[in-house]
Design a binder for this molecule. Sequence first.
Ligand code: PMP
Length: 304
Amino acid sequence: KEKGAEFIWFDGKFVKWEDAKVPVFTHALHYGTAVFEGIRGYSSKDNVFVFRLKEHMERLHRSANVYSLTVKHSAKELSDATVELLKKNKMRESVYIRPLTFVGMHGIDLNVTKDSPTHTIIVAFPFAKYFKGDGLKARVSSWRRISDQTTPPLAKAAGNYLNSVLATQECRRDGYDESILLDVAGNVSEASGENIFLVRNGNIYTPYFADSALEGITRESAITMARGMGYTVTERPIPRAELYMADEIFLTGTAAEIVPVTSVDGHTIGTGKEGPVSKSIRQTYEKVVTGGVKEYTDWLTPVW
Ligand code: PMP
């Protein structure tokens, strides 16, 4: 479905898309023993700017550490490989980039160690909007977000996404666009693939990442930009009911970018349209990722 690029980077070599294959007994396929990243490159000014490439590759390494997976290439090498990959594929459009480190042939042994065989791939394909429309209709999932006591959401591991799949299936079946998950204690954690922010009286709130959510790179970017714009951003627990009281809610994620939530469980949020705070941060983000804000150009890696 995502085919687009001719070449895939596979353990340090460029391999044709059709030839980039793994055995059916690949450990990660059976046990979810893989860590990955989602990165975007934005087409602008005759160039492609990869957003926060270094930070994503460093997070890949941190996720791998949690499960003792060896990533054979440094974050710098993977960043350079990504630029080379886009060049090799002659990509000039906006792209999604997916690095993945997975356990290969390791039988049925659950004792994955630093010495277990791992492979790393980087795939890139043309990508536009993730969510369509002007605002998301969300529901609070009946599934709880995984916790640090079970499979830590701080690590971006493949297996974590079974929880996101269940939540997404439930919300789509019920006619919603996206699910918001509570953590095991009942506080708001994150959406199926995005971090969450609330706006009340012009101030911005978001849950502590350490409780039950991914350390989102868009989240951190949004906090930095919002503070730079003069907003107060506070990290604290957010109870479910506060979702219904918020003036504005927005989600942040590489794929979703910055997107407003206009209703939760049928409760209209604010006016039912994107609010002014969400809008100002979204518009700043759109300028930042395409190289339009000097202050943040060090977040971008130009390809060409
Ligand atoms: N939470 C989850 C569960 C995600 O999958 C993602 C997407 N990577 C995010 C949050 C947002 O993270 P980021 O801004 O780094 O893409």
